[in-house]
Design a protein around this ligand. Structure first.
Ligand code: PMV
Length: 345
């Protein structure tokens, strides 16, 4: 039995996009910029262990998800390591074991690729740093974001606390297609957001997000959509600064519906919303009209509804979710704005 030479652990949170990334080019370059909220309770924990190989050889990976060998994802991760081997020079000398676990229930319908690839990129890249005796610095997170992107686009944004932007945007200094950047000028209104995830359906997605992205390649509305998303990303960065709830709500909800409208209007059209999705949205809009509370919804590429609200309305909105929406979902995961990835010592 080989001895473990280096072991390390990272927890990387998931994120929810307010302006959506939908459509990509070669090499995981996004067709438009996007902006997301980093979550807290929904994260992936990756334990990485390196063992010295007897002979120099290409990638050797043992990948376990929640204690089980997962061949399909293992192949994807091995290919990812191979393709990006220049960032992980130790791969020729060390065999890798990855044990991955999600904090949220399996098949909860939460997109886990952002947190999973975030944690994988952080762990592999920290191994490079450790074997070179380097301390983690700003540059580490910057490159880790690039590496996370190469695994799953949205993972690039999970590297940072609170709000993060990804994708070249002429109105956002420092933005890049290759890595995400933290959005740091935030009004008090948006400094403590909550996200209750209504799990309307917990079956695996019918259409993968890569298949969805590729349907934007010959989508009739693609150019207008990319333009709109870029404008909205810049606008949202302004709104986060000036605290305008009304405009935030407008951007968030229109983005959710536009994402789904793109799916419904692609050449191979499809529909991911379920009756519970629409019921929850309608009741939420009515609740906002009646109470004036700045609560809104967004959707990911699936039927689940993310309900967003600032901390000061937490009790009211959560009792509304429990009492008036409970027949629209199977379970609810209460999450909130988070402080970014954690290296577990
Ligand atoms: O990172 P991917 O390739 O799984 O794409 C995610 C796309 C959305 O979740 C629908 C939107 C986003 O920006 O996160």
């Amino acid at each position: 039995k080989r001895e473990t030479q280096l072991a390390l652990t990272w927890q990387c949170p998931s994120n929810i996009a307010i302006v959506k990334y939908w459509g990509k080019r070669e090499n995981q370059i996004p067709c438009n910029s996007s902006l997301s909220l980093t979550l807290s309770n929904s994260y992936t924990e990756v334990k990485l262990a390196l063992q010295k190989k007897e002979t120099v050889s290409p990638v050797e990976l043992d990948y376990f998800f929640e204690g089980q060998k997962n061949e399909k994802f293992s192949e994807r991760v091995a290919k990812y390591m191979q393709d990006n081997a220049r960032f992980f020079p130790f791969l020729t000398d060390y065999a890798v074991r990855i044990d991955s676990e999600n904090s949220f229930p399996h098949s909860a319908g939460i997109a886990s690729s952002a947190s999973a690839f975030g944690a994988i990129a952080l762990s592999l890249y920290e191994a490079t740093y450790r074997l070179e005796n380097k301390e983690l610095d700003q540059e580490f997170y910057h490159v880790a974001s690039n590496l996370a992107r190469l695994g799953s686009g949205s993972a690039s944004r999970s590297m940072f606390a609170n709000w993060a932007e990804w994708g070249k945007n002429t109105l956002i200094p420092g933005s890049s297609d290759e890595f995400a950047i933290p959005v740091t000028e935030i009004h008090a209104n948006f400094s403590n957001m909550y996200d209750a995830i209504l799990i309307v359906e917990d079956e695996p997605k019918k259409v993968s997000s890569s298949a969805g992205h590729s349907l934007m390649n010959n989508h009739q509305y693609a150019d207008q959509r990319f333009l709109q998303a870029n404008e909205r990303t810049a606008r949202l960065a302004e709104v986060l600064k000036n605290g305008d709830y009304a405009e935030f709500i407008h951007i968030a909800e229109s983005e959710a519906l536009t994402l789904h409208a793109m799916m419904m209007t692609s050449v191979d059209y499809y529909l991911l919303m379920k009756p519970g999705t629409l019921l929850a949205i309608e009741r939420l809009l009515e609740y906002r009209r009646e109470t004036g509370i700045p609560v809104c919804f967004t959707l990911d590429a699936g039927p689940n509804v993310h309900v967003l609200y600032p901390e000061q309305y937490k009790d009211k909105v959560e009792s509304f979710i429990m009492n008036d929406l409970q027949d629209t979902y199977k379970k609810v995961i209460f999450d909130k704005q988070g402080t970014g990835p954690v290296s577990v010592k």
